[in-house]
Design a protein around this ligand. Structure first.
Ligand code: SF4
Length: 427
């Protein structure tokens, strides 16, 4: 039988002697925050994301999302023309017209996100004001919100943080004791976690974001936050400002971490250790069986994570602690210590963490270290492959369900697959 308090305690390890952090500033190769729309629009099925940007932004969205031309997508780009950029046309009027036309065509949309980009920020197009203006016309049928996904202000997964933060002022107040899982997870993952919480007697439970943007969870002094994604620091701090309390736990990547994550919530609900063991043991056993197959392929392999998705620290912890990989460098676009305190405490003391990026210097370190696998953005993967390095696109990690017991082996396979392919090519 597991000792629940011990499991819960293991996630409350205070940040020990600070790990060495190499801070770098220079050219960086990171997606902008627009990319978050790709998974957010799949999750919130009554929301539309309208990027106010350039053709470059539209191309990014189309290539990242792999648009199906026969489907009615729930994102699009209002392209700023030269006249808008030169201030010769009133971009605000035009934007209002586009939004109204769009919403007339799409009665299924209840929430419209206006998403700022580099061009809209450069010409100082005030999307907060545009949202306010449109709300006076469109509420209560449709709510308009705005946030920035621009590459000037945000990296990759920060787009989700900005989108969720924009929703927080709308969340109703509640005094009820409840669990709020923060961070976008695939529906299949949400369903699995809901089953676990039900079996453990933890609840009520809400997920933020929900499947419908209009289904806003409530928040208040008795709301307990369990974090599913490490990149929503601003959202979490805004929820704490509304009275909520955040649990300290590693993210649910891998079997051990999923147990610790659930245990953090179970401790708050005083779940009996025997019940916790009954519910989780079969899931742990199944996950470990799936992981064993990949552990033999990954153990001892050298891993280099370049900064991109902000998932790098939890991934490093999983791949080292559960898969036995050797960590060469763990890059992160920015180090939000509050969000990854429990993760940092579980990394080996010798781990080199780098924050920010000077891409040329970092590539030199990759070449010197000769890792077995390098996790990086799309822009770096092909050049590194051409030099003979095995890579994994970090974008796959945010598009694939990877959290929880049933996805643990899938997560390991994401790293085992390119190594296997490389080995076959060598034969
Ligand atoms: S928001 Fe900026 S970085 Fe992102 S695609 Fe548009 S122009 Fe490029």
């Amino acid at each position: 039988m597991s000792d629940l308090s011990a499991v819960a305690r293991s996630v409350e390890v205070p940040l020990r002697k600070a790990l060495p952090v190499l801070k770098e500033r220079g050219q960086r190769e990171v997606f902008c925050g627009l990319t978050g729309i790709v998974w957010l629009h799949r999750k919130m099925q009554d929301a539309f994301f309208l990027v106010v940007g350039s053709r470059t932004c539209a191309h990014l969205m189309q290539s990242a999302a792999g648009v199906m031309i026969f489907a009615e997508p729930r994102f699009g780009t209002a392209i700023l023309t030269d006249r808008d950029l030169a201030g010769l046309a009133d971009a605000g009027d035009e934007l209002d017209r586009i939004c109204v036309t769009l919403l007339e065509r799409r009665p299924d949309i209840t929430t419209l996100f206006l998403v700022g980009s580099c061009p809209s920020e450069v010409i100082k197009l005030d999307l907060d004001k545009a949202a306010e203006r449109l709300n006076t016309r469109l509420l209560p049928k449709v709510r308009v919100l705005s946030y920035s996904g621009s590459g000037i202000e945000s990296t990759f997964t920060q787009g989700e943080d900005n989108a969720l933060k924009a929703m927080i002022p709308l969340l109703p107040h509640s005094e009820e004791k409840q669990l709020l899982v923060v961070g976008c997870v695939a529906d299949i993952v949400e369903d699995q976690f809901r089953r676990c919480f039900d079996q453990l007697g933890i609840g009520p439970v809400s997920f933020f974001p929900a499947r419908r943007a209009a289904d806003l969870p409530s928040v208040g002094p008795n709301t307990v936050l369990l974090l599913a994604q490490p990149f929503n620091g601003e959202t979490v701090r805004a929820l704490i400002a509304r009275g909520a309390t955040a649990l300290s736990a590693p993210y649910p990547l891998g079997a051990d971490a999923t147990t610790a994550w659930l245990a953090a919530a179970a401790a708050q609900w005083n779940v009996d250790a025997a019940l916790f063991d009954t519910v989780t043991r079969p899931l742990v056993e199944r996950a470990n069986k799936g992981l064993a197959k990949y552990r033999t392929q990954l153990v001892g392999k050298k891993l280099f994570l370049m900064p991109d998705s902000q998932l790098e620290i939890p991934l490093a912890r999983f791949l080292h602690n559960e898969m036995g990989m050797e960590l060469i460098e763990v890059g992160t676009p920015y180090l939000d210590r509050q969000m990854v305190a429990a993760e940092l405490a579980l990394l080996p003391e010798s781990t080199l963490i780098s924050e920010g990026q000077h891409v040329e210097k970092q590539l030199d370190r990759v070449r010197a270290a000769k890792p077995d696998i390098t996790v990086c953005g799309l822009g770096l993967a092909n050049p590194l492959e051409a030099e003979g390095f095995t890579t994994k696109w970090s974008i796959e990690l945010v598009f694939t369900p990877i959290q929880g017991y049933d996805q643990a082996a899938d997560l390991a396979e994401i790293f085992a697959r390119p190594l296997d392919r490389r080995a076959r090519l060598k034969l």
